[in-house]
Design a binder for this molecule. Structure first.
Ligand code: NAG
Ligand code: NAG
Ligand code: NAG
Ligand code: NAG
Length: 632
């Protein structure tokens, strides 16, 4: 370890500082995110070697303080530093305190770089990991940092940075502060449980035996208003070069995990000493819906499913069909999102989704005998975002023996459908047929294009999917009902809940705010003409019900989150698993009449969030409602 040059440099430097006492690890870390000694040389730092990794070692102070905010451990970065050291050695070394990150959106890792003059003071010392929640504080379960103002979804986003504000750590209150206060420590997670399937590298989000909030019945953690689960930690790459399994899934139990806490790739993680092992796998067999269609207006079943870039040749097409048959029991009406054009992602100007929908409907028919009809509006090529060339769009599948379009009048890509007051006289039951000019069903509004897109020229829809509106009649109903199938802009371009930027950037939130306004205003027109109308807006809103775009949508439209209307347990409201959270990006919002109806039902079917990585059919779960749309 002692090269001539570093020794010379060291002694030249040390002589200037010879009166300064050696710093402890806790002093180097300080009680904030950024070290007070960042960029400075340190000498004779002493610690117990608690773990070795491929590019460095972790040491723990032999002279700890009693401040919970200062980590007693630190990473020593250096390719060769571990070569002649053994876990259990007490060492002293010189080096430089550095703050490292590979991306401006990440929180920094405090480390000692350029280690030199490494001396082994003694060997064979006992190394005992800290059991999280027993030898440490319990992880905070609600808030991430004081810089979020109480809510990681507060607007404006990106009002502060952890690295600039550098707050004093409060590991009793804030999750990021808690994990930072253990940076470099060797810890044990007792009774770990997977929160979701890992990514393809085997990085696995877990909780231990500590108290948590948001547990759903299956064993994941569901986010809720102002609680996005900072108590979950990801298990990263094992230090011994082994690989974590990629086949685990939500709620699998693991052997106890021991590893070091490290800020890595933008997340606080535990790097385990060796690959984690599943002890008790959870069941991925989500129960199918309990809802069965009544075949007429008093008990319509209405499903919604983002089928993730479905093209006619997609390998997952038969599996999507099987989900609609087996999990959803072939609902009367399906809101589908992410139907691609007939040539899939090939960017060739093809926009029709006829072949895609025909293939899906055919696969459902062969699996169940149920023959769906479909409705879509072809988009303008390359104008609606998503996978380049795929031209994803929203579409409906419907069972024509139960529901049919009310006064159908196929819209085109640039046609803006509008809400039209009934032209008919009196309250008669004249059945409007043909091109929308006939008499309506007793004074009910109709749509100028049915199906038709909502305000497709509005700037709110730049590079995004225009909502697909439709009016329908159900068997036995006296009035039409109305649907809006949405797929708002995705959160792409956002920053993570563990990131430096606070509150984190909720990607495209401004686009969704505008989209909430346009979608909500359209629905408000229907309800202005008929406050008791049955209206259903469903699909992939790409937003959580407690975040501003959904509140705006609800305020403008008077539509009610169906989960809220039926008082579904908050923990069971999820259709997606992302990082540390089970969460609901997909919703069904209904008009006041349906929200107040005692017969309304709603279920999220966890066909994908419970599945192992290789078994996932779509990144979203489907949902299904049962609604009585007979009266007004
Ligand atoms: C380095 O620190 C150790 C105790 O941690 C002490 O015994 C030793 O004298 C120190 N060496 C120097 C050169 O300051
Ligand atoms: C936060 O950091 C980013 C990246 O370094 C920077 O662009 C931005 O201006 C910072 N924001 C604030 C509020 O300091
Ligand atoms: C859709 O495809 C089917 C089957 O290939 C065909 O019969 C039908 O005419 C097509 N419809 C449109 C609108 O292109
Ligand atoms: C909705 O859009 C209209 C028209 O652009 C605008 O006047 C109104 O302020 C917006 N409302 C909200 C809540 O954003």
């Amino acid at each position: 370890m002692k090269t001539t040059t570093t020794t010379v440099v060291y002694w030249a430097f040390a002589s200037l500082q010879s009166l300064a006492a050696a710093l402890t690890v806790a002093e180097i870390n300080g009680n904030k995110f950024i070290s007070p000694y960042s960029g400075q040389a340190v000498t004779n730092v002493t610690g117990l070697l608690i773990a070795k990794g491929p590019k460095g070692v972790w040491i723990r102070s032999t002279t700890p303080d009693d401040d919970k905010a200062t980590s007693e451990a630190i990473y020593v970065f250096g390719n060769k530093v571990g070569a002649s050291l053994t876990v259990g050695d007490i060492i002293s070394l010189d080096g430089k305190v550095s703050e490292y990150r590979s991306n401006a959106n990440y929180i920094y890792l405090t480390q000692i770089t350029s280690p030199a003059n490494v001396n082994v003071l003694s060997s064979g010392n006992t190394v005992t990991p800290l059991v999280i929640g027993k030898d440490t504080l319990p992880p905070p379960t609600v808030q991430y940092t004081s810089l979020d103002g109480g809510d990681v979804y507060n607007l404006p986003n990106a009002a502060a940075n952890v690295s600039d504000a550098n707050p004093v750590l409060d590991p009793t209150q804030y999750g990021l502060d808690f994990w930072e206060s253990l940076s470099g420590e060797l810890v044990t997670v007792k009774q770990p449980r997977a929160i979701k399937a890992p990514n393809k590298y085997g990085d696995t989000w877990v909780i231990g035996d500590w108290a948590v909030t948001g547990s759903n019945k299956h064993g994941g953690l569901t986010m809720s208003d102002k609680d996005s689960n900072p108590e979950v930690i990801t298990i990263g790459a094992p230090l011994d070069g082994t690989k974590n399994p990629t086949t685990s899934k939500m709620s699998d139990q693991f052997e106890d995990i021991t590893g070091v806490v490290q800020q890595t790739f933008g997340f606080y993680a535990i790097l385990p000493l060796t690959a984690i092992k599943v002890t008790t796998p959870a069941s991925a067999a989500a129960p199918p819906t309990t809802l069965t269609s009544q075949g007429k207006c008093n008990g319509l079943t209405i499903g919604s499913y983002n089928v993730e870039n479905l093209a006619p040749t997609s390998a997952h097409l038969p599996k999507v069909a099987a989900h609609i048959v087996d999990y959803l029991k072939t609902p009367d009406l399906m809101f589908i999102q992410e139907i691609q054009d007939d040539s899939g992602p090939t960017d060739d100007g093809v926009v029709t989704g006829n072949a895609t929908l025909t293939a899906l409907v055919g696969a459902i028919k062969s699996a169940s005998g149920v023959a769906y009809a479909f409705a879509e509006v072809e988009p303008v090529s390359d104008a609606d975002g998503g996978q380049p060339g795929g031209n994803i769009r929203a579409a409906y599948l419907y069972r024509p023996e139960v529901v049919s379009l009310y006064k159908p009048n196929q819209g085109g890509a640039t046609d803006a459908t509008d809400v039209v007051p009934d032209q008919g006289k009196g309250k008669g039951k004249g059945k409007g047929k043909g091109k929308g000019k006939g008499k309506g069903l007793g004074g009910a509004p109709s749509l100028s294009f049915n199906p038709g897109r909502i305000d497709p020229a509005n700037a709110a829809w730049k590079n995004s999917r225009k909502p697909l509106a439709a009016a329908w009649t159900a068997k036995g109903a006296e009035r039409p009902f109305y649907t809006v199938n949405v797929h708002w802009s995705s959160k792409g371009g956002g920053t993570s809940l563990h990131g430096d930027v606070r509150p984190p950037v909720n990607g495209a939130v401004n686009a969704r705010m505008a989209q909430a306004n346009v979608t909500g205003s359209f629905i408000a027109k229907i309800l202005a003409l008929d406050p008791d109308a049955n209206v259903i807006a469903a699909g992939d809103f790409n937003e959580f019900s407690f975040v501003q775009p959904m509140k705006t949508f609800s305020a403008i439209s008077k539509m009610v989150d169906l989960d809220e209307a039926i008082n579904a347990p908050v923990e069971e409201r999820y259709t997606y698993a992302y990082d540390m959270n089970a969460q609901a990006l997909d919703h069904m919002y209904v008009s006041p009449r349906l929200a107040n109806s005692k017969s309304s039902r709603f279920e999220h079917i966890h066909a994908n969030t419970w599945a192992a990585f290789d078994e996932v059919v779509s990144d979203h779960d489907p949902s299904i409602a049962q609604l009585d749309v007979c009266g007004r």
